[in-house]
Design a protein around this ligand. Structure first.
Ligand SMILES: *Cc1c(COP(=O)(O)O)cnc(C)c1O
Length: 348
């Protein structure tokens, strides 16, 4: 790996961050806060939240077996993706490499930041080759994006190819594990010490059932996390979200139960979908969704919309011609989908 200074944009490396009132005061015994121009009424929402979310990070650190200094928390994992571009990629000069198809936000953030986005096509079974990915990099490649299990394809990327990418690349590898909880494979978090160029993304939006609170996690070396902290908005995770994050952690048994149910429902739903006349192929999934190749993605999508059932039409995505991406819902929701699809073009 290049040194972190070589990878970081010079203006970011040299940046003196904004220092908030709560940054400068870090004790725990004070009781009179006249330092931040807050309103003394309407407790507790009158106070600025902890800019570094220390309580929440302590909880996540315990659960994920990492140090609090290895955790960045943001307004969804999307914030961490954007910060990676802003910290490392010089607009108009640097580039990033990603598998294709994958999560759309990587390209959107690249475009917003005017950073060249290089796509390396997966094969017909949605597998990737570290060698092909590395061949697309050059001296100005700062980041490689991997997503495992991948969205929208649903499959996990093989661990040995991920590690080959980490070993063969001198920039940072951003491994998005948004759906890892639904796969049988352990996260890469245990390898953070081994690979200083690894950044793992996780989120409260999927298995934790909390997309509405906007809470994403990035795990990396303390040096990388310190850079993210330096350039983030001072109060990027609000008080209500920090509280609800802690509440979810306290109820992590419930999350485990949801994961079990959804994996079981995935099996049932995939089997039922595979039997339908309008379905050609159901692709294997390690996530809480799967891809199905159908006879007419646009027609079936519109038919389902007319019944108030929304799936994701991925027809225009590379390698996903005539594919719908179906999220696993409750048993009742899944049955509604199946009943609707059984009646498609069969005259009701
Ligand atoms: C849903 C999803 C996320 C979650 O993003 P948040 O901003 O945390 O809601 C991240 N990565 C991928 C690949 C996703 O599909």
């Amino acid at each position: 790996m290049k040194t972190l200074q070589e990878l970081t944009r010079p203006n970011i490396w040299n940046l003196k961050p904004y220092s908030s009132a709560r940054d400068e005061y870090k004790g725990f015994t004070a009781s009179v806060f006249l330092d931040a121009n807050e309103n003394p009424y309407n407790s507790p929402n009158n106070r600025y939240p902890d800019p570094l979310q220390q309580e929440l990070k302590a909880g996540i650190a315990g659960l994920r077996k990492v140090l609090p200094e290895q955790i960045f928390l943001g307004n969804g994992s999307d914030e961490a993706i954007d910060l990676a571009f802003r910290a490392f990629c010089e607009p108009g000069q640097d580039n990033v490499v990603a598998i294709d198809p994958t999560y759309g936000m990587y390209q959107v953030c690249a475009d917003v930041n005017n950073v060249e986005y290089r796509k390396v096509l997966l094969d017909e079974s949605f597998r990737f080759s570290a060698e092909k990915l590395l061949a697309a990099t050059d001296d100005r490649t700062k980041l490689i994006f991997l997503c495992s299990p991948n969205n929208p394809t649903g499959n996990e990327l093989p661990r040995d190819e991920v590690e080959k990418t980490l070993k063969g690349f001198d920039g940072l590898v951003i491994l998005d594990e948004a759906y890892n909880d639904f796969s049988g494979t352990p996260t890469m978090l245990a390898h953070l010490g081994e690979y200083p160029n690894l950044v793992v993304l996780q989120t409260f939006s999927k298995a934790w059932a909390s997309a509405g609170i906007r809470l994403g996690m990035a795990f990396a070396s303390p040096d990388i996390i310190a850079l993210f902290n330096k350039i983030k908005y001072p109060y990027n995770v609000n008080l209500l979200t920090q509280k609800e994050g802690l509440n979810r952690l306290e109820n992590c048994r419930e999350t485990e139960r949801w994961i079990k149910i959804l994996i079981e429902e995935r099996k049932v739903l995939m089997k039922d979908v595979a039997k339908l006349h309008c379905v050609g192929k159901v692709f294997p999934s390690d996530a809480n969704f799967f891809l199905a190749r159908v006879t007419d993605a646009v027609g079936i999508y519109n038919y389902l919309v007319s019944l108030g059932i929304i799936v994701r039409n991925r027809h225009t995505v590379a390698l996903c011609g005539d594919c719908l991406r179906i999220t696993v819902g409750t048993r009742a929701e899944n049955e509604q989908l199946i009943e609707a699809l059984k009646k498609y073009k069969t005259g009701l």
